[in-house]
Design a protein around this ligand. Structure first.
Ligand code: NAD
Length: 490
């Protein structure tokens, strides 16, 4: 990967606009979550930088959008090849920047980032549109899909490159050009990817990345009149604000938001599979995945046994420095976030809950140099009410609540009793029950007897306050294009 001028002395990121790295005079501190120390400086971009990026994207649009799907596909495959070739560098950078374990970055995130490009490089070759013959009127109707223009893409800090490429890949595959803004807390892997774009044959201006905060760079992007489409992944609160800002321009919006995902465990579940998978679904990536389980409902007959075995399994999960290949949990993203997550555990106790393991119960072991890192043990809470804040609000950390239930009808009602509707898991060996429950749960994704297995061909997204719209093969194709119906009288 070629080095930029700044990188040789200190890690100082630059915006990537019109195919060129552009320094920014204002910089934000970026912290290493495993030590609590500043290790990188990120551009604090504002309206002017966003304006330059939008102009570069607009200028590149006519040529890029008129290329054949085959030509665009070739470029996307080349980006994927280059990400694969730099997997180790990217994984180490992502792990250091975000605090996630190196094994998660190596096995899940960076491979998925290249796969995002490969997947849309392939799917773009197979799109067909609709045709309807209205013979009695002497008319033939057909639809055409055209790229929308400059796409504004905003991503969060929890799965940085994975989520950013899940937006960039379909957007440019369909012929759009993009201005992307990663989270100001995790910008490094996106900046490293920019260094690969030229070699992959991405023409200048097709992908522009502007680094900075939400209120400055993000705000300028969502309220820019020449950006007709916003794909946003982040919190529900930010999405509500973005919806308001984009309303005057009637922008196309795709919003992938937070969750408060239930796991429902019936007494005929295979606990050998269920317990390790539910520990993973609760604590993977420090619980910082929108799809993580945070409310576990267990049928009364197996409640005692489940609780004991789950806590034993959670206590075995290794919290360690992100670069430790044996660590299962790394560091949380920031001091503020760690304090917020710990605050929920304190709140649960104040509300009469019982903390069975983790924060405040067990002690954490990390090397001396990591004493100021943002580490937290997997924490299990019980005896809270369904209406408590821990059971209603998204915590987004390694904390899960476990409560008993009696009947199928009761648990469906309780699982649906939150404002979110992103994902759910159901554990039972009764196929009929699994179908009945899955149909009644208010969630965009339901896993039964498993978790996090995805087919990118199928829709991804949430209902209620978890999102608007879906992304995936067909859904992304529809979102990143405009459709028109053409009628020809013969
Ligand atoms: P966030 O909403 O604080 O920030 C997300 C992005 O929006 C960041 O890039 C941020 O800089 C930007 N932003 C903030 N204010 C903005 C504004 N006024 N205008 C434009 N952009 C703005 O979310 P976060 O804390 O980075 O991420 C965690 C959240 O993301 C959680 O709620 C999590 O559930 C959610 N998430 C959802 C999915 C999903 O697919 N549904 C996936 C991952 C994360």
């Amino acid at each position: 990967m070629p080095k930029t001028a700044h990188e040789k002395t200190q890690l100082v990121l630059e915006n990537y606009i019109g195919g060129t790295f552009v320094p920014c005079s204002r910089l934000i501190d970026s912290y290493d979550p495993s030590t609590g120390e500043v290790y990188c400086k990120v551009p604090d971009s504002e309206g002017a930088e966003v304006e330059a990026a939008v102009q570069a994207a607009k200028a590149a649009f006519p040529v890029w959008s008129s290329k054949s799907p085959q030509e665009r596909s070739k470029v996307l495959n080349k980006i994927a090849d280059l990400i694969d070739a730099h997997l180790e560098e990217l994984a180490h950078a992502e792990s250091k920047d975000q605090g996630k374990t190196i094994s998660q970055a190596q096995t899940l995130e960076i491979p998925r980032s290249s796969y995002n490009f490969r997947f849309f490089a392939s799917s773009i070759l197979h799109h067909v549109t609709e045709c309807s013959d209205m013979d009695h009127m002497g008319c033939l109707h057909y639809t055409l899909r055209t790229p929308v223009g400059v796409a504004g893409l905003i991503s969060p800090w929890n799965l940085p490159l994975y989520l950013l490429t899940w937006k960039i890949a379909p957007a440019i595959a369909m012929g759009n050009t993009v201005v992307a803004k990663p989270s100001e807390m995790t910008s490094v892997s996106a900046w490293m990817m920019c260094k690969l774009l030229d070699e992959a044959g991405v023409p200048p201006g097709v992908v522009n990345i502007v680094f900075g905060t939400g209120p400055k760079a993000g705000q300028a992007l969502v309220s820019h009149p020449d950006v007709p489409l916003i794909s946003f992944t982040g919190s529900t609160m930010t999405a509500q604000h973005i919806t308001k800002c984009s309303a005057p321009y009637c922008k196309k919006l795709s919003l992938e938001l937070g969750g408060k995902n239930p796991a429902i465990i019936f007494d005929d579940a295979n606990l050998e599979d269920c317990i390790p998978t539910t520990v993973r679904s609760s604590f993977a990536n420090q619980g910082e995945i929108c799809l993580c389980t945070s409310r576990i409902f267990v049928q009364k007959g197996i409640y005692g046994e489940f609780l004991q075995r789950f806590v034993e399994a959670a206590q075995k999960w290794k919290v360690g420095v992100p670069s430790d290949p044996t660590a299962q949990i790394g560091a949380l993203i920031s001091k503020e976030h760690l304090e917020k997550v710990q605050g929920y555990v304190k709140l649960a106790k104040a509300e009469g809950g019982k903390v069975l393991c983790g924060y405040g119960v067990d002690s954490i072991q990390v090397p001396d140099k990591n004493k100021n890192g943002y580490f937290m043990l997997p924490t299990v809470i019980t005896e809270v009410t369904d209406s408590s804040r821990c059971m209603q609000e998204e915590i987004f950390g390694p904390v899960t609540c476990i409560l008993p239930f009696d009947s199928e009808e009761e648990v469906i009602q309780r699982a649906n009793n939150v404002k979110y509707g992103l994902a759910a898991t159901v554990w039972s060996s009764n196929v009929g029950r699994v179908h009945r429950v899955a149909k009644k749960l208010q969630a965009g994704l339901i896993w039964t007897n498993c978790w996090l297995i995805r087919d990118l061909n199928l829709p991804f997204g949430g209902m209620k306050c978890s999102g608007v719209g879906r992304e995936g093969e067909k859904d992304s194709f529809e979102f990143f294009t405009e459709v028109k119906t053409i009628t020809i009288k013969h």
